[in-house]
Design a protein around this ligand. Structure first.
Ligand code: PLP
Length: 491
């Protein structure tokens, strides 16, 4: 498989006029008129990932973990290799801390249902930001309502910056959980995770459940962290002799939604200082249907399981069950083995390009995108004014034209962008709009993609403002507004 990994020079990678990548991504290579600017929704996949998934079905297909025969053993090994790869990629001290889920949404639901249910009580507070994707908002809305806890919002300024004062005001000794995005999927701004985590760990409320019901060491906890009684309730933990804080867990628990940072920048769980972290593999050039939840081992041991059933138990009687060790405790049922197996090739691909090269190329792309959009007088851009504070996305509106019309008309020019509320309706309300357009890039984009977007926007503007079309400024040095279209149907 490694022969399909890229070996491009740094010079070629950093030159946004060039694009050595498109040939590695079959969908992009197949249509040179496609300008895919919706990678924040899902990325494209390189050949090595597509081949790996096909290879799994063609050569290794068996249900992992269940069989004692060669194929099943190999399938299991593929999954464990992928787990190790993910662990190394995000700086996890052990692969046991990597739980495979279906996506970020499921990872965050897992945490809200298990940890939230375990430690939240009336009057406790859960802190999120108003910039959260609904995936990191609804689970907390639900669990706080159920438990009589309060959901507290961190508000940024209009550009998306959360101030130190806001962090100090909102994260207090009532805070039990803080769950925030690393990068906003609308504003592209990076949240100050290290500061948030430091504050949460320093002043946040410790949870007695995490002190009392936990085995002393991870090793002791393996396989006997918890049992179910006849009614399915969680009962005493065997070997639970510790009344000390969990090693490495202090104050409020900090969760990071890394869905929009992982494809663009180095994500290291230790440097971020979080306790749990979630992301989706489909946004980092891997298959659909694979998500990751990373957690500190002691915390994962203390958390009850989410889904129960096959694969996640060590022993079952008619009355009770003993959970399997990590990570199986959280991996009930048959997983997308082919997808997980292929995931490691996505990370191999990213490493072959180099995450710092990716950062540099994308910075040049976002700078150019921001500069070109800013030059169009009818475009309102949301988020940071400094392009270098943005990761991957630029959200904008075209004066007087609904984003759905903009996106549909751009589509006729081969430009794919997202339009709508981006699963961030409270943020839309905060920004004073219902919806926006959003162009999002990955390293496989180039200057031509951005120019196609800008030309497309001039075309859209020209359809709604034919009187302006002739005078439209040619900021890219490209063709200006020349397109035709149905004004009536577009409106
Ligand atoms: C910041 C953020 N969190 C969570 C999600 C949800 O990801 P998924 O649909 O893969 O669960 C997204 C998806 O766009 C996102 O941008």
């Amino acid at each position: 498989m490694s022969d399909t990994l890229p070996h491009y020079s740094k010079e070629d990678i950093l030159d946004i006029e060039k694009n050595p990548f498109k040939d590695d991504f079959p969908l992009l290579a197949a249509d040179e008129n496609l300008h895919y600017l919706d990678s924040a929704a899902t990325s494209q996949r390189p050949t090595c990932v597509i081949d790996a998934q096909e290879d799994f079905y063609a050569k290794t297909n068996a249900n992992p973990l269940r069989g004692l025969y060669q194929l099943s053993i190999e399938a299991t090994q593929d999954i464990e290799n992928a787990r190790k790869k993910v662990a190394d990629f995000i700086g996890s001290p052990s692969e046991k801390n990597i739980i495979f889920t279906r996506n970020t949404t499921e990872s965050l639901n897992l945490v809200a249902h298990t940890l939230g249910d375990l430690i939240l009580h009336e009057g406790d507070e859960v802190v999120i930001s108003v910039m959260e994707h609904h995936s990191n908002l609804i689970p907390w809305q639900q669990i706080t309502k159920r438990k009589g806890a309060k959901l507290v919002y961190l508000y940024p300024d209009q550009e998306g910056h959360i101030s130190d004062v806001e962090i100090e005001k909102k994260i207090t000794n009532k805070t039990k959980i803080v769950s925030v995005a690393h990068v906003s999927n609308v504003l592209g701004v990076t949240l100050p995770i290290e500061k948030i985590a430091k504050r949460a760990h320093e002043v946040g409320a410790s949870s007695p459940e995490l002190l009392l019901s936990t085995p002393q060491t991870p090793a002791q906890g393996m396989g006997d962290t918890c049992t179910l009684d006849a009614e399915g309730n969680r009962t005493e933990v065997k070997n639970s002799t510790s009344k000390k804080p969990l090693p490495g867990i202090k104050g409020a628990v900090v969760i990071v939604d890394a869905a929009q940072s992982i494809p663009h920048t180095r994500v290291n769980v230790e440097e971020l200082g979080c306790d749990l972290l979630a992301f989706s593999v489909h946004k980092i050039f891997g298959p659909f249907g694979v998500g990751v939840l990373w957690g500190k081992q002691t915390l994962l041991l203390a958390m009850p399981p989410f889904l129960t059933g096959g694969e996640m138990i060590d022993a079952v009687t008619e009355e009770s069950a003993v959970w399997a060790p990590l990570p199986e405790k959280f991996e009930a049922g048959t997983q997308d083995a082919a997808g997980i197996a292929a995931s490691q090739y996505a990370l191999d691909y990213v490493e072959a390009v180099g995450i710092s090269n990716i950062e540099e190329r994308e910075k040049a792309l976002v700078d150019y995108l921001y500069e070109q959009l800013s030059a169009l007088p009818y475009i309102k851009i949301y988020g940071p004014e400094k392009a270098d504070e943005r990761t991957g996305v630029v959200a904008f509106n075209v004066e007087g034209i609904h984003p759905h019309d903009v996106a549909s008309l751009l589509d006729t020019k081969g430009v794919a962008i997202r339009a709508g509320h981006h699963c961030a309706q409270p943020l839309m309300q905060f920004l004073g709009t219902d919806s926006t357009n959003r162009a999002s890039i990955a390293f496989y984009n180039d200057k031509a993609d951005i120019e196609a977007l800008v030309d497309g926007l001039k075309y859209v503007w020209g359809i709604f403002h034919p009187e302006d079309a002739a005078n439209a400024s040619d900021v890219c040095g490209t063709s200006g507004v020349t397109g035709s279209g149905s004004v009536e149907s577009a409106k």
